[in-house]
Ligand binder design. Sequence first.
Ligand SMILES: C[S@@+](CC[C@H](N)C(=O)[O-])C[C@H]1O[C@@H](n2cnc3c(N)ncnc32)[C@H](O)[C@@H]1O
Length: 339
Amino acid sequence: MKTFFLLSGENPALSAAELTHLLSVFGQARSVTLVDERIAVSDVEASEAREVVYRAAYAKLAALLLGKGVSVDDLVFEPGWEETVQRFGSFDVLVYELGGADVDSVSVEKRIAAQVLEKVKGVRVDLSNPDVSFVVLVSEKVCVAGLALALKPKKFFADRKAGLRPFKIPSALQPKLARCLVNLAVNTKDSRVLDPFAGSGAVVIEAGLMGHEAFGVEVKTWVANGMRLNTCSYAPSKTHVIQGDAKRLPFTKAFDSVATDPPYGRSATLGGMPFKKLLKQFCTSVVSVLDEKARMAITVPKQLFPDLLEECGVFKLVEHYDLYVHKSLTRRVSVMVLD
Ligand SMILES: C[S@@+](CC[C@H](N)C(=O)[O-])C[C@H]1O[C@@H](n2cnc3c(N)ncnc32)[C@H](O)[C@@H]1O
């Protein structure tokens, strides 16, 4: 089934990479076409689309593609779209304007609703409790329309934002980026996820919530204790907290996924060790606990990216994306595999 996904505007390239990887993890490797920066189209089953929207940090919705055009005025519907809509008794219309598209959402909603009512017999508009939502995405270049398969709740991450967790540290990752790192790092739904620099546990929590066995290693005892408080609050059943050293990981070969945010000396201290040396020793250690197909999603400040490549040469870089945080920090998210 041709399905379209709405990607987050925060970082469309990273969002597309996350979606593409998740679609390969949840089924066969699928081609994903970007019909615009924030609109991706792929051939997926409804159940997969739902699972992917639930998992993905940056996918906002998925919908069955019923119509496409260069603008709302030029929407061309798929043959038989009326029968698809007719299976539902009632609908509402949700219009999303993307990237400066100059449209009046309310009038588009009314026009699409009128079109559906005219062409599809027996359906009615219900704005409070519709059986299905008719989604219309309008960008400057393209318009797509279809039936919603999954809509990510607006407050999906609200209860576990870094500042709201029971235990807080200044360097904590927000849940969205933590979840994206996990999604880029996993090979399967059953991947065992390791965060060797786990801090307050954002990565471990997201991995645990998605059903992965997740292990967080943290060198400072008081931080490890705080992480335990956090993991117990949000994802108690699949998460494990270890007070230990990423340079001497206390495991045997047990992991196929690493998702992490190492300290770089700003708010998370390096214990007096230069960043390059820490990375080198970490990489030597982590390789001994990874199986041969392992993937690693790691974020470091952009200016330290050359150090990552130099000291973690045992990994091959697959892709990387930049996330602007503030004027002195742009994070570079890198996906690497064992070479
Ligand atoms: C950037 S913070 C990670 C923040 C984390 N992602 C979170 O959401 O809270 C890096 C963490 O690595 C820890 N750390 C530093 N050196 C370490 C080492 N050798 N082994 C394990 N953890 C270490 C620091 O204490 C810090 O908590």
